[in-house]
Ligand binder design. Structure first.
Ligand code: HEC
Ligand code: HEC
Length: 343
C-alpha cells in the first residue's frame, strides 16, 4: 500500500504534466463542471463526478447501479493488453456501450447494459489513464466498516478514504445510546439512506445529461421530494433530506437535526471517517448521516457566477426566492439524512 502510494505521488510529480493546472473545465458538457484545483490526477475528479453515481465501490451492495470501478479495471486487465489498449477499450466502450461489446456479462444481467452518456472524450481519456495508472481500490476502512459491520467500530480506520486525504482517523463521537444499539440499526439506516441517494443520483444524472443543469433543477424541484417520499413508503420509514441552509424551506432542519449537522461539520472538517448516529427512543430508531458535496453538486450549490452560471442562478431564484443553499465547495456537509423507523 505504502509503495503504491509513493509511486502514485511520484507519478503525479513526474508523469502528469497537466497536474499543475489550476482549473479543469469540461468544455462540451452542458453541466460545465469545474474541477477544483489540486495536485491530484484530473482523471480522479472526473471519474468521481461522471462515473461514481453508478461505479462507486463504497455504495452499499443493494444500492449499486453498476459494478465498482475496481471490478471493471480487473476485468479489463485480464485482456492482457498494453496501457494504450486498455485506454482505447474504455474509450470504445463509453463511446458506444452495447450488449455485443460487453465483457462483463454478469453485470449486464444484474444491472442491464450501461446507458450511453454523452461524456467528452478528453475527460474519458483522463479517467482511463487514471484507472490504469493508479490504485483505485475501495478504501480499506470500507471493508471493515460495511462488510464486518458489527460490534466494535473503533478499528484501525487509517484508510485513505475515498476522497483521498480524508479519513485521517476514526470518529470518536457516539450518539446517545449508540453503544447499546445493535450495529444492525445503523446498517438498516445506511441501507435506506444509500438506496434513496442512489435513486436521486441516478435520476439527477440522467436529467442533467438530457436537459442540462437548468432543466435538471425542475427535476429536483418536482421529483426530489416525491422520490424521497416513495422510498419512505417502500421502506416503511420516514426518510428526510434536511439542511441548515435549505433551498426549499420544507427541508429546513429542526433543532435536533441542526445539532447533528453542526457536529458532523466538525468531524468532516477534521477529516474523520463518519459513522452514522443512531438514537433509540421507545419503539423507534432515529438515524442521522451527513450528505456531503462533490464537484457535481457545485453547479447548483456552488458560488454564483463561478460554478453556478447566471442562467442557473436565475432559475433557482425564481423557484426558491429564499434559497440559502449556495456558496458550497467540495467535501462540505450540505445536510443530513434524517430517518425514523420502527424497532
Ligand atoms: C448511469 C449509470 C452509469 C454511469 C454514470 C457510468 N456507468 Fe459504466 N456501467 C454501468 C453499468 C450498469 C455497467 C454494467 C453493465 C455493462 O457492462 O454494460 C457498466 C459497465 C461499465 C464498463 C464495463 C463494460 C463491459 O461490460 O465491458 C466500463 C468500462 C464502464 N462502465 C465505464 C464507465 C466510465 C468510464 C464511466 C464514467 C465516465 C461510467 N462507466 C459511467 C452504468 C454506468
Ligand atoms: C441540477 C441542480 C442540482 C444539483 C446538481 C444538485 N442539487 Fe441539491 N438541490 C437542488 C434543488 C432545486 C433542491 C431543492 C429540492 C426541493 O425543492 O425539494 C435541492 C435540494 C437539496 C437538498 C435538500 C435540502 C435543501 O436545501 O432543500 C440537499 C441535501 C441537496 N440538494 C444536496 C445536494 C448534493 C449533495 C448534490 C450533489 C451530489 C446536489 N444537491 C446536486 C438542485 C441541485
Amino acid at each position: 500500500m505504502k509503495i503504491v502510494y509513493v509511486l502514485a505521488v511520484l507519478l503525479v510529480i513526474t508523469g502528469c504534466k497537466d497536474a499543475k493546472k489550476d482549473e479543469y473545465t469540461i468544455v462540451d458538457n452542458p453541466a460545465n463542471i469545474d474541477v477544483v484545483a489540486s495536485n491530484e490526477h484530473p482523471g480522479k475528479k472526473f471519474m468521481e463526478t461522471l462515473c461514481y453515481t453508478c461505479h462507486d465501490a463504497t455504495t452499499l451492495e443493494e444500492a449499486r447501479l453498476g459494478p465498482p470501478m475496481v471490478a471493471i479495471k480487473r476485468r479489463y486487465l485480464m485482456e492482457g493488453g498494453t496501457r494504450d489498449e486498455f485506454i482505447n477499450e474504455i474509450l470504445a466502450w463509453t463511446g458506444k456501450p452495447s450488449l455485443q461489446k460487453a465483457k462483463m456479462r454478469g453485470a449486464v444481467d444484474r444491472f442491464g447494459v450501461m446507458p450511453y452518456l454523452a461524456f467528452p472524450k478528453d475527460n474519458i481519456k483522463e479517467i482511463a489513464e487514471y484507472i490504469y495508472d493508479y490504485e483505485i481500490d475501495e478504501p480499506d476502512w470500507f471493508e471493515e466498516h460495511y462488510q464486518k459491520g458489527r460490534g466494535n467500530r473503533q478499528g484501525k480506520g487509517m484508510g485513505k478514504g475515498k476522497n483521498g486525504g480524508m479519513g485521517k482517523g476514526k470518529q470518536m463521537r457516539k450518539g446517545m445510546g449508540q453503544n447499546d444499539a445493535p450495529a444492525a440499526y445503523s446498517d438498516i439506516g445506511l441501507k435506506y439512506a444509500s438506496s434513496t441517494k442512489a435513486q436521486l443520483g441516478k435520476n439527477l444524472m440522467k436529467a442533467i445529461q438530457e436537459k442540462g443543469t437548468v432543466g435538471a433543477i425542475e427535476f429536483c424541484n418536482i421529483e426530489a421530494m416525491k422520490l424521497t417520499d416513495s422510498m419512505s413508503v417502500m421502506h416503511n420509514a420516514i426518510i428526510k433530506r434536511v439542511s441548515d441552509k435549505a433551498r426549499n424551506p420544507k427541508n429546513m432542519a429542526n433543532v435536533k437535526e441542526l445539532e447533528q449537522i453542526a457536529a458532523f461539520k466538525e468531524l468532516v472538517k477534521a477529516g474523520f471517517d463518519i459513522d452514522p448516529i443512531v438514537e433509540e427512543t421507545n419503539g423507534e430508531v432515529n438515524f442521522y448521516y451527513p450528505i456531503t458535496t462533490n464537484t457535481m453538486c457545485l453547479q447548483c450549490h456552488g458560488t454564483p457566477n463561478k460554478q453556478v452560471t447566471s442562467e442557473t442562478l436565475s432559475a433557482l431564484t425564481s423557484l426558491y426566492p429564499s434559497d440559502k443553499a449556495l456558496g458550497y465547495t467540495i467535501n462540505e456537509v450540505r445536510g443530513i439524512w434524517s430517518i425514523v423507523f420502527n424497532k
